[in-house]
Design a protein around this ligand. Structure first.
Ligand code: ZN
Length: 275
């Protein structure tokens, strides 16, 4: 697998410029850029600057993060999503980024939705977005978030949605903590059922050993520092022949306060063990 970096990891003290410089310095192959950080970058630079950087660097863009809350939208909410998504498609095309990460809706009432409702609504939303993305040549990586606050919270549910959509431009993002948050990786073997051509992105991370209800994204840790059976996950991915990105994605406030140079250096060292 290739070493990737997701900009959420240092988003409080870094910038696109700094992330690119540090990821290049520490040998990352890919970066997942954040749309809010890109908007900030574009106040100081042009898209051509970004294009030129990638043309002359080892690191390449892999995915844009993220289009969120795509389920059960009213017209106004959907309008906002389409606007941001179209902005993302434009950039993805310009700088040759193959994927956009798309995330289900989060909210306290999401746990009241039936699986059938989530299935039907996700198919509708993802299909509409994929139709918009098609002329740009960009693919959608749908990422189930493994907590009941999110509409789609298991890899199984995500795969059933993506399978029903049945388009080569709609696939999945598998994320270690999201997979763990669903059932503590009780069914690791389920990963084998996902065809390689539907597995677009792999987010690698670990987490503290805390009970469900308390465990959250702020408890993410560097790979190897927590309780997620990362080896079990990556061994299955390797056996399947997955050779794409393993992107370190952490949302830990403690790391946000650290020097990005340290986080990105340590992240590379601790992630490489699993590649
Ligand atoms: Zn993720």
């Amino acid at each position: 697998m290739k070493l990737g970096y997701n900009e959420a990891t240092c988003m409080k003290k870094s910038s696109v410029e700094k992330d690119l410089e540090l990821c290049e310095k520490y040998g990352y192959d890919y970066i997942e850029l954040r749309l809010d950080m890109l908007k900030d970058y574009l106040t100081r630079n042009s898209l051509d600057d970004l294009k030129t950087f990638f043309e002359s660097s080892h690191i390449k863009p892999y995915a844009l993060n993220s289009i969120e809350d795509i389920n059960f939208c009213d017209d106004t909410q959907w309008g906002g999503i389409v606007e941001l998504f179209t902005f993302a498609c434009d950039i993805a095309k310009e700088i040759s980024t193959p994927y956009i990460i798309v995330v289900p809706t989060m909210g306290n009432t999401m746990c009241l939705k039936t699986e059938a409702e989530v299935f039907e609504d996700s198919i509708k939303a993802l299909t509409k977005l994929a139709d918009i993305a098609k002329p740009y040549g960009v693919k959608l990586a749908f990422e189930p978030i493994g907590d009941r606050r999110w509409a789609c919270n298991s890899l199984r549910e995500g795969y059933e949605i993506v399978k029903a959509i049945n388009r080569d431009d709609v696939g999945l993002a598998l994320d270690c903590i999201n997979f763990y948050l669903n059932d503590k990786c009780a069914d690791l073997e389920y990963i084998r059922q996902i065809p390689l051509d539907k597995l677009f992105v792999f987010h690698i991370n670990d987490c503290e050993d805390l009970p469900f209800g308390i465990l959250d994204h702020c408890h993410r840790l560097f790979p190897g520092d927590g309780c997620i059976p990362i080896n079990g996950i990556t061994n299955i991915l390797k056996e399947k022949g997955y050779e794409e990105i393993a992107s370190i994605e952490l949302f830990r406030p403690e790391y946000w306060e650290m020097n990005p140079d340290d986080v990105i250096r340590i992240g590379a060292k601790k992630t490489k063990i699993y590649l």
